[in-house]
Design a binder for this molecule. Structure first.
Ligand code: NAP
Length: 269
C-alpha cells in the first residue's frame, strides 16, 4: 500500500488524513495517510525517515512550508515563486515540491463564495508560507490592490516587493487608515497562539468578505472580530483546505476527486 503523510506542528487535529481517506475511497485507491508531528528542528530527519520507510507523498503545514522547499530536488514554478511547498511527490530518490494553497483558495472563493478577486481591494494578514502562496495566486488572478500586514513588518515588505506594483505593505497598528476592503484574509497563525489581530470597523462594510484560512476553533477569534467590526460575510478555511487537498491528490494520483461531498461531511462534523 502506498504511504502518504502530513507533517507539521501542531498536527494532531489535522483533517488531512480524513480528507485523503475520503478522496481515496471515491477513487477506489488503497493508501495509508498519517499525521506526523515535527517542528522545524526535527523536520528534515523525520522526512528522511518517512522516505526510507517507503513514503511516496506528503503534505506540509505550519511552520514547515518554507523549510520544505529547501529539501526538494525540484519544485514547480508556483512553489518556487512563492518560496513555499505544501505538497511533496517522491521522484526517484528525491522530492519534487508543489504549492497548492493558492489554487485551493481561489477555487473555494469561486465555488462556495461567488467571489472573484479581479479588480478588488484585498487585505492579507500574515506573511508566512500560506500567505505567500495565496498572495501570488491573488496577483495572478488580477487583484486590484493587495495590502499586506504582518507582525514582522519586514516580511510583509519583502513579500510586497516580490509581488510587484499591485501589492504594498502596511503596519498592523495602522489598519484603521488603510480604507475599506472587499476581502480580508487572515493567513496569520495568531489564533494558534491564543491571540487575535485587532480589526478596526473601517476595514469592512456589509459587502466585505472576511476569510480565516484556519478553520474550527482557531478561526473563531478572527471571525467574531470581523463580524463585530461589520463584515457582511465571515467564513473559515475549510473549503480551501479541501480544495488544496484535492489539488495535492491529483498531483499524486493523476485524477481530481469531487470536493463537495467531502466538504459537506467535514462541515457536518
Ligand atoms: P507560518 O508559515 O508559520 O506563518 C505564520 C504567520 O502568522 C506569520 O506571518 C507570523 O508572523 C504570523 N503570526 C504568528 N503568530 C502571530 C501572533 N501571535 N500575532 C500575529 N501574527 C502572528 O504558517 P502558515 O503555514 O502560513 O499558516 C498560517 C495559517 O493559515 C494557519 O492558521 C494555518 O492553519 C492556515 N492555513 C490554512 C490552509 C487551508 O487550506 N485552509 C492552508 C494553509 C494554511 P511573523 O512573520 O511575525 O512570524
Amino acid at each position: 500500500m502506498k504511504c502518504y503523510a502530513v507533517f507539521g506542528q501542531p498536527i494532531a487535529h489535522s483533517l488531512s488524513p480524513r480528507i485523503h481517506a475520503a478522496f481515496a475511497a471515491q477513487a477506489g485507491i488503497a493508501l495509508e495517510y498519517r499525521a506526523i508531528e515535527a517542528g522545524r528542528d526535527a523536520f528534515a530527519d523525520a522526512l528522511a525517515a518517512f522516505a526510507r520507510a517507503g513514503g511516496v507523498g506528503a503534505n506540509i503545514t505550519s511552520p514547515l512550508k518554507q523549510d520544505a522547499l529547501e529539501l526538494c530536488r525540484s519544485a514547480s514554478e508556483r512553489a518556487r515563486r512563492c518560496g513555499s511547498v505544501n505538497t511533496l511527490v517522491r521522484e526517484g530518490d528525491g522530492w519534487h515540491g508543489d504549492s497548492t494553497d493558492g489554487v485551493g483558495l481561489l477555487r473555494d472563493l469561486a465555488e462556495r463564495h461567488a467571489f472573484d478577486p479581479a479588480g478588488r481591494r484585498v487585505l492579507l494578514l500574515g506573511a508566512g508560507g500560506a500567505a505567500r502562496a495565496v498572495a501570488f495566486a491573488l496577483v495572478d488572478a488580477g487583484v486590484g490592490e493587495l495590502v499586506l500586514a504582518n507582525r514582522t513588518r519586514a516580511r510583509a515588505e519583502a513579500l510586497a516587493d516580490a509581488l510587484g506594483a499591485r501589492a504594498r505593505a502596511t503596519d498592523l497598528g495602522t489598519l484603521a487608515r488603510a480604507g475599506r476592503f472587499d476581502l480580508v484574509l487572515d493567513a496569520s497563525a495568531a489564533s494558534h497562539a491564543g491571540g487575535v489581530i485587532a480589526l478596526p470597523p473601517e476595514l469592512f462594510d456589509r459587502a466585505s468578505l472576511a476569510y480565516a484560512l484556519s478553520y474550527g476553533a482557531p478561526a473563531r477569534g478572527f471571525l467574531e472580530s470581523a463580524r463585530a467590526a461589520g463584515a457582511g460575510r465571515c467564513v473559515d478555511g475549510l473549503g480551501m483546505l479541501v480544495e488544496q487537498a484535492a489539488e495535492a491528490f491529483s498531483c499524486w494520483h493523476g485524477l481530481r476527486p469531487r470536493t463537495q461531498p467531502v466538504h459537506a461531511a467535514l462541515h457536518a462534523g
